[in-house]
Design a protein around this ligand. Structure first.
Ligand code: NDP
Length: 497
């Protein structure tokens, strides 16, 4: 039985006319958001169809795969490479712990690549089974909108299938954005970077965001020479400035060549098959690969959205209300294609809330407060709640900042010169912890727990009354007693770094 949503999230059960539709729900895109929404909707009794392009590690307009960006060419393969790259530092650190690493240590890129591909193929199969077990009908092909209740799936052989659906959900994600400079076709994006046949001995990375910083860490950790070029003074614009500086210091400490306030103006092929990347300072960087990590754009171009009159914003993202509904009442959208908070767990949340709203009689709006996230640099940065700058910007009263900078215990013996840095941002009046951030080993694992505390509205006094786990880095979060600084609301954040 399907249900109909009225204004302001009001949901009404209607059976009349439902029988005319082939599906209660048809989902375009089987990534994190689409798979979650379709499975949960089916579990609530909806008849669900979903379409996705055939599997391939590198996406295009004709290939993709069940599992989507996160599973096939994003979070999962990236994290596998981060694990692989972390062994480089671990082997160095092991020496002072008595490990005799005498012989030359070899690294086999093709082996790691094969293991990574095996794993994503396995996950692709699991996702297909999840859909089948939930009773969701999977179609392989490109989905298009024909009208408010009509979709079309164009299969690989060109055959077109047409279906009617009471609700349509767009969950087509995003794809890498290439900047437009001469020779741009010589650059790769994160798709190709996760599937390179040959390990790049010298890589140039353009961008200062998540993907740029993560690949700089991966390639450097695996032994490459890496030049990281970004437009600002520090990488990771939008993150806490102090933490950005720590990440930059750590990247440099591990041997990444940082080029702040630098862009690339052209790429050229050299006679020996390399790429010459020219910077806007006139410097030439010779590399095996040049990675453009310059943001992602919503996948809306080929959906034929104008046929149904679905509105897009200026970035080309599908405009939705707080329930993920577009301006056309029967068409909804979740995940990166809506360009809200482009993270897999957020797409999962949006997919879950969509299913609850439309098929479970429980209209509910996703809650974007205190969503934790991480940059998997080596070591990683993880954050929940407000940065110091955001807290000051939004504050009505004073902000208390607590910081702790220390040498992690492991480094005392290994001799690695790399500090862990933690920060808590607290509302002086209410004592509520507004934000927590950390750069250091295991930061995402630690911040996930802190996120529960923030979601519960924890105060600094409650952090202080929590007993630590000793010896651990995490215990620092409950032992920061001295205020590093007190910032009145008038002291608005510093310049744009
Ligand atoms: P980001 O938005 O994080 O960063 C884009 C970077 O590209 C910025 O440094 C930006 O510079 C730079 N840039 C943009 N346009 C240009 C240009 N014309 N010339 C030079 N530099 C440019 O994008 P990513 O591609 O790194 O990642 C895309 C999204 O994917 C992320 O925002 C995130 O939502 C998601 N993601 C999440 C991960 C995680 O959770 N760990 C991992 C990877 C991706 P500037 O700051 O100067 O504008």
């Amino acid at each position: 039985m399907s249900r109909k949503m009225l204004n302001d999230g009001e949901v009404n059960q209607t059976n009349e006319d439902d029988a005319h539709y082939d599906f209660d729900l048809f989902v375009i895109g089987a990534g994190s958001g689409g798979v979650r929404a379709s499975r949960f909707s089916a579990n609530f009794g909806a008849k669900v169809g979903i379409c996705e392009l055939p599997f391939h590690p590198i996406s295009s307009e004709v290939v993709g795969g069940v599992g989507g960006t996160c599973v096939i060419r994003g979070c999962v393969p990236k994290k596998i490479l981060v694990y692989g790259a972390s062994f480089g530092g671990e082997i160095e650190d092991a020496r002072n712990y008595g490990w005799e690493v005498n012989e030359k240590v070899d690294f086999n890129w093709k082996k790691l690549l094969q293991k990574k591909t095996d794993e994503i193929v396995r996950l692709n199969g699991i996702y297909k089974r999840l859909l089948a077990n939930a009773g969701v009908k999977l179609f392989e092909g490109e989905g298009k909108i024909v009208g408010p209740n009509e979709v079309e799936v164009i299969q690989l052989d060109g055959t077109k299938l047409s279906y009617s659906a009471k609700h349509i959900l767009i969950a087509t994600g995003s794809r890498a954005h290439r900047i437009s400079i001469p020779g741009q076709e010589l650059a790769i994006t994160s798709d190709e970077a996760l599937s390179l046949e040959e390990f790049p001995k010298h890589a140039v990375v353009l961008g200062g965001g998540y993907i740029a910083v993560e690949f700089a860490s991966i390639w450097r950790g695996l032994g490459a020479t890496v030049d990281l070029c970004f437009r600002k003074e520090l990488p990771l614009r939008g993150f806490d400035d102090e933490m950005r500086a720590v990440v930059a210091r750590n990247l440099e400490g591990r041997g990444v060549n940082l080029h702040p306030r630098t862009n690339l103006t052209k790429l050229e092929k050299t006679e020996d098959g390399k790429i010459k990347a020219t910077t806007d300072h006139g410097e030439d960087l010779i590399a095996d690969v040049v990675l453009f990590a310059t943001g992602r754009v919503p996948n809306t171009k080929r959906l034929n959205l104008e046929a149904a009159g679905v509105e897009l914003d200026e970035a080309g993202a599908v405009k939705v209300d707080e329930y993920s509904r577009t301006n056309i009442p029967s068409i909804w959208a979740v995940g990166d294609v809506t360009n809200r908070m482009n993270l897999t767990p957020v797409a999962l949340m949006e997919g879950t809330f969509f299913a609850n709203t439309v098929f479970n009689g429980k209209p509910s709006k996703p809650d974007y407060r205190d969503v934790p996230y991480a940059v998997f640099s080596i070591p990683p940065l993880s954050v929940v709640g407000l940065s110091e700058e955001q807290a000051i910007e939004q504050a009505h009263g004073d902000i208390l900042v607590f910081t702790s900078t220390f040498n992690p215990m492991k480094n005392t013996v290994s001799g690695r010169q790399e500090k862990t840095v933690m920060k808590l941002v607290v509302d002086a009046e209410t004592d509520k912890v507004l934000g927590a951030s950390m750069v250091g080993p295991d930061a995402p694992e630690i911040i996930q727990g802190i996120a529960v505390a923030l979601k519960c509205g924890a105060t600094k006094a409650q952090f202080d009354s929590t007993v630590g786990i000793h010896p651990s880095a995490a215990e620092e979060f409950v032992t920061m007693r001295t205020v590093s600084r007190r910032v009145p609301p008038a002291n608005k954040p510093k310049t744009n770094l």
